[in-house]
Design a protein around this ligand. Structure first.
Ligand code: AMP
Ligand code: MG
Length: 356
């Protein structure tokens, strides 16, 4: 069991930071790591004032710990825990939690329910909450599915009401929201540059916008190799994939991203999807939603839905055969580089996401 946990901690670090800085004014830096959000989080802060860099890391750790304790489904007394133990009664939560749940429901609506935070009873049924995995029967799945529907979540000011029997899990979006807060801390502390990897979600910060010498590697599912790199133009880079958390039974792999329509791990023709942008919350939710939707519906969605600022979403989608890559046209001009070793293996389609 311990070995499985170690392996999971390792595979959760999906997007690796390859090289941090090539040419930076800052000579001194601080780096550290912590275990939170069920993964290893690494910090690298660059600033000529070493004390400031170290202090920023402490602030970042405190921020993550504080937010995790209100957004975790398992921590007793958290906003989410209270909602899940409300028996259908109204629960008052922080403004941030209410806003995040509202955003989650809006995203669910926009993608036809592929993303749904009310999948938590299914996450538990399959044992992903405690890593005590089991394959449920179809009748168990059907019983639990009856309680899954984001439309039965009501948000009024700072209160949230879910129908009796329902429960929610912000696992597919909280890391994105927390990443926005991580970015805000780096900005308000006025450090020169910083990079935080929250296991599958990378946040970069540059005080001078002309700096862009981060390099972020994108992992090839299952082997742990990197098939390409991004040059870090975007603040947030997040990947969802079937290989990140799974168990196997009788030779079948069951992964952690549930299709809210079937109640089972999504039978997706995507093996990994990376979304990049300037709002971590949307990037995180979208990477999970696109995975559930599969290649065809994802491309349709991306052609008809802009991001929250009216721009196209930036994405890298690798199909389940791991031989076809779809990338948004803004990444094709040097932002994403496919490594030579993969050029014969993976064909690349550049998608011009013209909004309809
Ligand atoms: P991510 O790694 O961001 O793709 O999120 C996956 C996590 O979100 C899972 O471990 C579940 O806790 C939760 N989840 C699974 N399926 C869904 C879904 N269809 N919509 C929203 N959350 C989900
Ligand atoms: Mg997500």
């Amino acid at each position: 069991m311990r070995d499985i946990k170690k392996l999971l901690a390792f595979v959760l670090c999906v997007v690796f930071v390859l090289l941090s800085l090539c040419s930076c004014k800052a000579e001194k830096s601080a780096s550290d790591e912590m275990f939170a959000l069920d993964t290893i989080i690494t910090f690298k802060i660059y600033d000529s004032d070493k004390d400031k860099a170290e202090n920023t890391i402490s602030l970042l750790k405190d921020t993550i710990t504080r937010l995790e304790s209100s957004l975790s489904a398992t921590k007793k007394g958290s906003d989410v825990y209270n909602i899940n133990h409300s028996s259908g009664e109204k629960v008052y939560v922080s403004e941030a939690t209410a806003t995040l749940i509202k955003t989650a429901c809006e995203i669910s609506e926009s993608c036809g329910g592929a993303f749904d935070i009310s999948v938590y009873p299914l996450v538990k049924l399959w044992g992903f909450d405690k890593k005590e995995y089991k394959v449920p029967t179809q009748s168990e799945i059907s019983d639990v599915l009856a309680d899954v529907n984001f439309r039965n979540i009501t948000i009024e000011d700072n209160s949230v009401t879910v129908k009796k029997g329902m429960s929610i899990d912000l696992g597919a979006i909280a890391k994105g929201y927390i990443s926005n807060c991580v970015y805000d801390v780096m900005k308000s502390e006025k450090i020169e540059r910083g990079i935080v990897n929250l296991g599958g979600m990378v946040v970069t910060y540059n005080s001078d916008e002309s700096q862009s010498d981060w390099e972020i590697g994108v992992e090839y599912p299952d082997t742990g190799e990197l098939f390409g790199k991004l040059s870090g133009k975007y603040t947030f880079t997040v990947t969802s994939g079937a290989y990140q958390r799974y168990f196997e039974e009788n030779g079948v792999r069951y992964h952690h991203i549930i299709d809210p329509k079937t109640g089972s791990p999504a039978q997706s023709d995507i093996s990994s999807v990376t979304v990049l942008g300037d709002d971590g919350t949307y990037c995180d939710a979208l990477s999970t939603a696109l995975f559930v939707m599969g290649v065809e519906d994802s491309l349709k969605y991306l052609k008809t839905h802009s991001d929250e600022s009216g721009n196209m979403h930036s994405f890298i989608i690798l199909n389940s055969n791991k031989d076809k890559l779809y990338i948004s046209s803004d990444l094709a001009d040097g932002e994403f580089t496919l490594y030579d070793d993969f050029e014969d293996e993976i064909s690349v389609s550049v998608i011009d996401t013209m909004f309809v």
